[in-house]
Design a binder for this molecule. Structure first.
Ligand code: SF4
Length: 367
């Protein structure tokens, strides 16, 4: 399925482009205090290795600025500084070589301070992300938290920058309410074409966060909205990146090199086998052996691990290779739904790997 993306203005952040027709990027945020410079750098490295395209760091006071500078010098990844209210922090962050800042101009106060930030941001080509969420809404102007209020608040901030001739803007509108967040993003997109950073705030942890984030990000992306995504999850931010990658893979926006299809199992499944264990084993082995090659080839291999041969090959007929169980212990190896041969239980992983190797080699030759 092809998604018609809302046309947005491309914004450059170091070597990353957000918006336009650039790939939808993944971002996350460190949760190590910035004064722990080596810990921050190690976390950025883990995030980038997991697939983050941009990493944000909270800059909470002026003491943090030398640490920000140190981190910026030491790592290659595009970095964004998260700043609240304090214009001096914004100026200091730009001075430290940061690639993007997140600050709401309407919360800074004096116009001359905003003007100064804009001047320096322009000089250094540093984009500004406006981040509106339920908590940051001006309660006097918008006493009720609604999608309209959120979109209008984002527009208020945007206009301040536009009036100063600044358009290198990314906008996020987030709440912990799925429907309100979706609606607010749609309302804003009707008014402006700045790239949208999408996600939920306070999405929680574990499966609840995965479900809620997938719903809101998935819905917006399928509607053509969203240029960069963040899954906000309590805990290790590397998990955020893994989930974000899975969301983009599920939507076939940025397919991962390996996709495993596995059935839920039922009474037809061979009771002698742990299908989940086999599927996980196959996935790890494929990623370990073929991930780099598949990334180079820009291909995804789809591998099915199914519980029975009655429905397995049919349900997974689009898989490049798959295995279907049988209570007799004679497993079926198939490709694109067609039988290749029968296997014993202990041959499943090695046979899939062998077949995958043949398939991937043929892709390599036909390049
Ligand atoms: S593929 Fe077979 S074992 Fe798996 S859920 Fe379907 S019918 Fe059951």
């Amino acid at each position: 399925m092809s998604i018609k993306r809302h046309t947005t203005r491309p914004v450059k952040i170091r070597d990353l482009i957000i918006g336009g027709d650039s790939p939808i990027s993944i971002q996350s945020m460190t949760n190590v205090p910035l004064e722990n410079v080596s810990g921050t750098m190690a976390q950025i490295e883990r995030l980038v290795e997991a697939g983050a395209d941009l990493v944000r760091l909270a800059v909470i006071n002026e003491d943090a600025l030398p640490h920000l500078r140190e981190v910026r010098k030491a790592v290659d990844a595009p970095l964004s500084a998260d700043i609240h209210f304090n214009y001096k922090l914004a100026l200091g962050a730009i001075e430290s070589g940061i690639d993007k800042i997140r600050i709401n101009p309407g919360n800074i106060g004096k116009l001359e301070h905003i003007r100064e930030i804009v001047r320096r941001a322009k000089e250094r080509s540093v984009p500004i992300r406006i981040g509106v969420n339920g908590g940051s809404l001006d309660k006097k102007k918008y006493p009720a938290l609604t999608a309209e209020a959120l979109a209008q608040s984002a527009l208020d901030h945007v206009r301040i920058l536009e009036d100063l001739g600044f358009e290198d803007i990314v906008v996020s509108i987030k709440t912990s309410d799925i429907q309100m967040t979706i609606e607010a993003n749609k309302l804003f997109a009707n008014e402006r074409n700045y790239p949208l950073h999408i996600g939920l705030t306070e999405a929680g942890y574990g499966i609840s966060c995965v479900v809620q984030s997938s719903v809101v990000i998935g819905h917006l992306l399928l509607s053509g909205l969203g240029d960069t995504i963040r899954v906000s999850m309590t805990g290790d931010p590397v998990e955020e990146v893994r989930i974000a990658k899975k969301i983009l893979d599920a939507l076939e926006i940025r397919p991962l090199p390996v996709r495993i299809i596995a059935c839920p199992t039922c009474g037809r499944t061979d009771p002698e086998i742990d299908l989940e264990k086999i599927a996980r084993e196959v996935e790890s082995a494929l990623i370990r052996e073929f991930s780099d090659t598949l990334v180079k080839l820009r291909r995804q291999i789809v591998v099915a691990v199914m519980g029975c041969e009655v429905n397995g090959p049919g349900e997974a007929s689009h898989a490049d290779v798959g295995v279907a169980g049988a209570r007799s212990g004679n497993y079926l190896l198939f490709a694109k739904g067609k039988k290749i041969k029968t296997l014993r239980r202990d041959e499943i992983v090695s046979s899939i790997m062998q077949e995958a190797c043949t398939i991937i080699s043929s892709w390599n030759y036909s390049r």
